[in-house]
Design a protein around this ligand. Structure first.
Ligand SMILES: Cc1cc2nc3c(=O)[nH]c(=O)nc-3n(C[C@H](O)[C@H](O)[C@H](O)COP(=O)(O)OP(=O)(O)OC[C@H]3O[C@@H](n4cnc5c(N)ncnc54)[C@H](O)[C@@H]3O)c2cc1C
Length: 513
């Protein structure tokens, strides 16, 4: 069995950046289930947040992040996030990420729920692609070993410490084992749970399931962020129309052309994502339409084409010139706030197992992530993982404070009857209908039972699609059962039967196997 100091699963921003730092400390293997650039990172548009502007401060960034988190953000994690942001941006610049500039300075944009312009971007709205390609080129030209088309299937644990990983070679179907000192999961999110999602096909919750089955704690899974504005055109996947379009002055209108957001909230078009997403659901219901529109036609065309070249071109390729016509949009699942519970050094409760990026839950985002904080979280906490795992640094599993947590296992209730195994589209429809933007006890109970039955009906996975479907079913159970337990509304989690937040629920739901 080959042995490495570090094995990193995933090659988005979290995996690549971690690998580039880890190579200074020892041998590194990256395992990734597609090609190196298959990930969510490359689709990120708006940018990455950091308080580097003249009138900005880490304190203001801290306040905005805490406000978005709706009472569940961990203050220590947020402090680390905002204070370490400028240095991590410098790292990205040093790796060669070509952030856009204005008069020789890094250009900073405004986004919803940020009190200052603090969003760095690259190629206008192609930030993620520039970051991904820059980092993957660095990895390719380094001594880091990369195994593409290789899907991690099981974490190996010996004497309560991670010893390595099992992985499926998706090209040959063979299973291989690799040993390591530190295993870092950087496997991204789980947007593929839902019928409408901005996420790429890789987002199937694999890291959550790998960690859960190995005994790790999984936290905050009920908080799934729905982006209010994904393109809604027949036959076109829900392509993200970045908040930055509204940040530049784009206006939401209903199917009758009416500007409706001020009717729902004084913050109007730039309210936090959860409020805008719910307002869209209500407005679509009211008007009997499956979409609303972003109006950017009043912006000078050069602003639209230079600031949003990617969105402009994508829409144009689908017959829509957004400088002249309204953009049809509707909400879509976007970001998983919950994940593998880590402390502020990326450590899980299992020795030698770390998590970073979207699959991890540092609890910085709380109940709702502030736009453009996730790319940032990935690099800030990846750096800390490597600080912690440097040779000579003693590491033991963190002793977590349990005061603000409630601990659960998955529901063991007998499932009523045997059912056929689900298809991916049935699973996505179920989550969209029953566990989506607006949930309640009835819809969640129904989904809980169906998912438990589906889990029993699934055959042993043999290839990438069957592993991913298995992982989605289990991840879906964690999301649904957490949502059922949380009898309140907070951040991205909205229960129509408990529409207010409750101080009793100012705590985290943690699942273990
Ligand atoms: C359309 C879109 C726009 C966004 N815009 C922004 C933005 O402007 N700003 C911002 O901060 N955030 C944004 N986000 C969120 C942000 O892009 C993601 O949270 C972030 O890129 C996640 O990075 P990651 O490295 O954790 O995961 P990813 O980039 O998703 O990478 C995960 C990697 O893990 C691999 N993997 C998964 N499972 C396995 C397995 N079992 N075995 C092997 N490999 C595996 C995948 O193949 C992939 O390489 C956006 C997200 C989307 C979808």
């Amino acid at each position: 069995m080959s042995y490495y100091d570090y094995i990193i699963v995933g090659s988005g921003i979290a995996g690549l950046y971690t690998a580039l730092l880890a190579k200074e400390q020892g041998s590194v293997l990256i395992i990734t289930k597609g090609s190196i650039d298959d990930c969510n990172t490359k689709y990120a548009q708006g940018g990455i947040a950091a308080a580097i502007g003249r009138n900005d401060s880490a304190q203001l960034h801290f306040h905005d992040t805490i406000a978005a988190g709706d009472g569940l953000s961990d203050e220590e994690a947020v402090g680390i996030l905002v204070n370490e942001a400028p240095d991590r941006i410098t790292d990205l610049v040093n790796f060669g990420v070509p952030f856009d500039t204005l008069d020789g300075q890094i250009a900073l944009a405004m986004e919803a729920a940020h009190s200052m312009p603090r969003i760095l971007h690259a190629g206008g709205d192609a930030t993620g692609e520039h970051i991904e390609v820059t980092l993957s080129n660095q990895v390719r030209s380094s001594k880091i070993q990369v195994l593409e088309d290789c899907l991690a299937t099981e974490i190996l644990v010996e004497k309560e410490r991670v010893s390595g990983i099992k992985a499926l070679d998706c090209r040959t179907g063979s299973i291989e084992e690799f040993g390591c000192r530190s295993l870092i999961l950087a496997t991204g999110g789980a947007g593929q749970l839902f019928k409408y999602t901005t996420n790429s096909e890789i987002a199937t919750g694999d890291g959550i399931v790998l960690a859960f089955k190995a005994g790790a704690e999984i936290v905050d899974m009920e908080f799934f962020q729905f982006h209010p504005t994904a393109l809604r055109l027949p036959g076109v996947t829900p392509f993200l129309i970045s908040e930055a379009v509204r940040g530049e002055g784009g206006i939401l209108r209903n199917v009758d052309g009416y500007r409706f957001m001020p009717d729902y909230t004084p913050e109007g078009d730039l309210a936090p994502r959860d409020i805008v997403a719910r307002s869209l659901v209500y407005e679509m219901k009211k008007t009997g339409s499956d979409r609303v529109f972003i109006d950017a036609t009043h912006l000078p065309p050069y602003v639209t084409t230079t600031r949003f070249p990617h969105i402009y071109r994508f829409c144009l390729n689908h017959g829509l010139d957004i400088t002249k016509g309204l953009i049809p949009v509707a909400p879509a699942a976007h970001y998983m706030m919950g994940g593998i519970k880590t402390n502020s050094w990326g450590e899980t409760n299992i020795a030698g197992l770390f998590a970073t990026g979207e699959t991890a839950c540092t609890r910085a985002h709380g109940a709702n992530r502030l736009a453009s904080n996730s790319l940032l979280e990935a690099i800030v906490f990846s750096k800390r993982v490597i600080e912690k795992t440097r040779k000579g640094v003693k590491s033991k599993p963190p002793i977590a404070s349990k005061s603000s947590e409630v601990h659960h296992t998955l529901n063991q209730r007998q499932v009523p009857q045997a059912v056929p195994a689900p298809s991916l589209s049935a699973l996505q429809q179920l989550h969209w209908d029953k566990v989506g933007i607006i949930r309640n006890q009835e819809s969640l109970t129904e989904a809980t039972d169906i998912l438990a039955a589906w889990q029993k009906s699934l055959p042993q996975p043999t290839d990438r699609p069957s592993h991913e479907l298995n992982n989605l079913v289990l991840t879906g159970r964690l999301v649904t059962e957490a949502a059922l337990l949380r009898e309140e509304s907070r951040g991205a989690h909205f229960r129509s039967d408990f529409p207010q937040s409750s101080p009793l629920w100012q705590r985290h739901i943690v699942f273990t196997a």
